[in-house]
Design a protein around this ligand. Structure first.
Ligand code: M6R
Length: 626
């Protein structure tokens, strides 16, 4: 039975990294903060903390690990007060630790800040503030915000926040309290979700609705750069120019907690697919200076190492392995290097002799996959320098690798990996461009051109995810199939593997991915009238060949769904039963767009069959055993 997605809620569609809760009013803040944080636990976190103004003094308590660790500390040292902010942290800058947990305070310990997002120019701001005499205690980007507000504080906190924000580049949702204003909670957002909860004598802020749903169902979604000032008896919102808004339109939430956690979507998987445009832009923003179109060097091999490279080994499992196969095509094409991709559980029993000219790269969303870790350790045992692509700061892979390239997909909760895959592809391509530049295989002009095309990807991905209702209708007509074949050539074959895995793991429909040219060597015998063949046709140079393959399978009765770029016109529309058009991009980047309809197809087939999409049978999100 097809499931209709619930209405789009802007703030919940964005990436949820850290969790923010705040309150001001008549009630004791700490229990409200702890309850709110526990409602955000489902999103994953590595540390938690609260700040409360108690008897005119700002008090902070924070702890690495589970929320229970924080609860334990608060039992030993209870914090009472009616103004407070709380935070669950998903580490971005700096490892998970007590000191890196939020809230962060200014030098005087009078202003506390919780933050969700990334401050891109934090290093620059940190240098400036250090020159002004600020001593930093954490390695987070957030701490600069507390110091900066203090720097501009001449008695009017809202003004100081405005001035600080003028200096900050990046994305943020912020909750801010100050000890000399024990009745006021400030918050502001830009490109990161933040919702204000409106109560009778108690007001709230949260990065996501479930955190405050037990207290209020009337919320206001802050717009970018709006500052909200909350007091017990009400909320005032100011626009980016400091003008008070008088036309606020609160939203009444009638979802239950379970659908609120999913941002109104029926499943995490659909929510995470919808987050892909933003995951792409966050990942790009974190690794590329978008003004000069140059690649940031953190995590990249240095020039000497890049020039000395002879071979690249990529090792991973499941979806991350499939990303590695796409990466092989990208890296080989960009750098001319020979790239070997291995499934980690295979690699660990046939390790290669690694030498100085080898780059060993592991890919893992969770950073905890046992086989991938074992391969990493084996490579290190042989003295190789290991690079990693992972989504989880402080994970085992991140800690043990010599250099790390982080994907900024945000926590991925559905077992089926979607937004992590797309960001892994982006990073592999970036790595290819960086190596190609350093090895003289690509000139700066060509690199900038490709980076510009990458910059356009989030918008194209947005256009692509918006086709989801059409895919829902397509799936509703095909979900009772017993098997599905995916064919492609080059990068499309690599993508076909991932498309096939997605379908089988959540819908339990048998499916296989074939290199289209290989069909006639045996597999075409399986094609019979009514067999669904998904033909991926996004690679310009291979289009004619794919056209022939489509004809071959249709001649045997297959029904063909062809995925192709818009500019390739109507040719396939004439020879396939259904054509799915996706926006144009250079061949190298097409998998990042073509994977979206494939994920949506798998999702809606599974939903149509009534499967437990987010928790498919026999599978776990993180495979930490061999
Ligand atoms: O966390 P990792 O990326 O290391 O996980 C690897 C695989 O277990 C994972 O990709 C798995 O295949 C997913 N269920 C695919 O959707």
């Amino acid at each position: 039975m097809p499931v209709k997605p619930v209405a789009r809620i802007e703030s919940s569609e964005e990436l949820n990294m850290c969790g923010i809760v705040g309150t001001v009013g008549k009630a004791d803040a700490t229990p409200i903060l702890l309850e709110g944080l526990s409602r955000l636990e489902y999103r994953g976190y590595d540390s938690a903390g609260v700040a409360v103004v108690q008897d005119g003094k700002l008090c902070v308590e924070k702890a690495k690990g589970r929320l229970d660790n924080l609860r334990g500390r608060l039992k030993e040292r209870p914090l009472g007060g009616t103004l407070g902010i709380g935070h669950t942290r998903w580490a971005t800058h700096g490892e998970p630790s007590d000191v890196n947990s939020h809230p962060h305070t200014d030098v005087k310990g009078e202003i506390a800040v919780v933050h969700n997002g990334i401050i891109e120019n934090y290093a620059q701001l940190k240098r400036f503030l250090e020159r002004e005499g600020c001593a930093f205690v954490s390695s987070t980007d957030t701490e600069v915000i507390a110091h900066l507000i203090n720097y501009y504080d001449k008695g009017d906190i809202r003004r100081a926040i405005e001035q600080a924000l003028h200096r900050i580049e990046g994305s943020y949702a912020l909750g801010i309290i100050c000890q000399r204003e024990p009745d006021t909670l400030y918050c502001v957002r830009k490109d990161s979700p933040l919702v204000v909860g409106l109560g009778e004598e108690q007001q709230f802020i949260a990065s996501d609705i479930p955190a405050i749903l037990s207290h209020t169902r009337d919320v206001y979604f802050l717009n970018d750069r709006e500052i909200a000032v909350l007091k017990a008896d009400g909320v005032a919102v100011y626009d980016a120019y400091g003008r008070r808004r008088t036309d606020l339109q609160p939203f009444h939430v009638d979802w239950d907690v379970a659908s609120a956690e999913k941002g109104g979507y029926p499943h995490f998987m659909l929510k995470e697919i919808m987050e892909e445009p933003r995951a792409l832009s966050e990942t790009l923003r974190s690794h590329v200076d978008l003004t000069s179109l140059t690649i940031q060097q953190e995590g990249m091999p240095d020039a000497e190492e890049a020039r000395a490279l002879e071979r690249v080994f990529i090792v991973a499992c499941g979806t991350a392995y499939h990303a590695g196969v796409v990466g092989k095509y990208a890296l080989e094409q960009l750098t001319g290097l020979s790239v070997t991709v291995d499934i980690a559980s295979e690699y660990r029993y046939r390790p290669q002799k690694l030498g100085k000219g080898d780059l060993f790269l592991v890919i893992s969303q969770s950073g905890e996959t046992a086989d991938t870790l074992a391969a990493l350790r084996e490579a290190k045992r042989q003295g190789a320098k290991v690079a990693a692509i992972t989504n989880v700061v402080g994970s085992s892979v991140a800690r043990e690798a010599d250099r790390v390239l982080y994907t900024w997909a945000g926590p991925e909760i559905a077992v089926a990996s979607t937004k992590a895959y797309i960001t892994q592809l982006l990073l592999l391509t970036l790595l290819g461009v960086d190596l190609a530049l350093k090895r003289g295989e690509m000139d700066e002009k060509a690199a900038r051109e490709l980076l510009r095309e990458m910059q356009a990807l989030p918008e194209k991905a947005q256009k692509t995810v918006e086709t989801h209702e059409r895919m829902q209708r397509f799936a509703a007509r095909h979900f009772d199939l017993r098997h599905v074949f995916y064919i492609g050539r080059g990068m499309d074959w690599a993508l076909a593997m991932e498309a096939s895995l997605k379908l089988k793991e959540i819908s339990y429909i048998f499916s296989e991915a074939y290199a289209a040219g290989e069909l006639k060597h045996g597999t075409i015998a399986l094609i019979e009238p009514g067999t669904l063949v998904v033909a991926l046709c996004t690679q310009s140079a291979l289009l004619e060949k794919m056209r022939s393959n489509i004809k071959e399978v249709r001649a045997r009765g297959a029904s063909v769904l062809c995925v192709q770029r818009e500019s390739d016109g109507k040719a396939e529309a004439d020879i396939a039963d259904k054509t799915w058009f996706i926006p144009d991009a250079p061949d190298l980047l097409m998998p990042m767009l073509a994977v979206i309809p494939m994920q949506l197809l798998a999702y809606y087939m599974a939903v149509s069959k009534g499967c437990d999409v987010d928790k498919p049978r026999n599978l776990a999100k993180s495979v930490t055993v061999e």
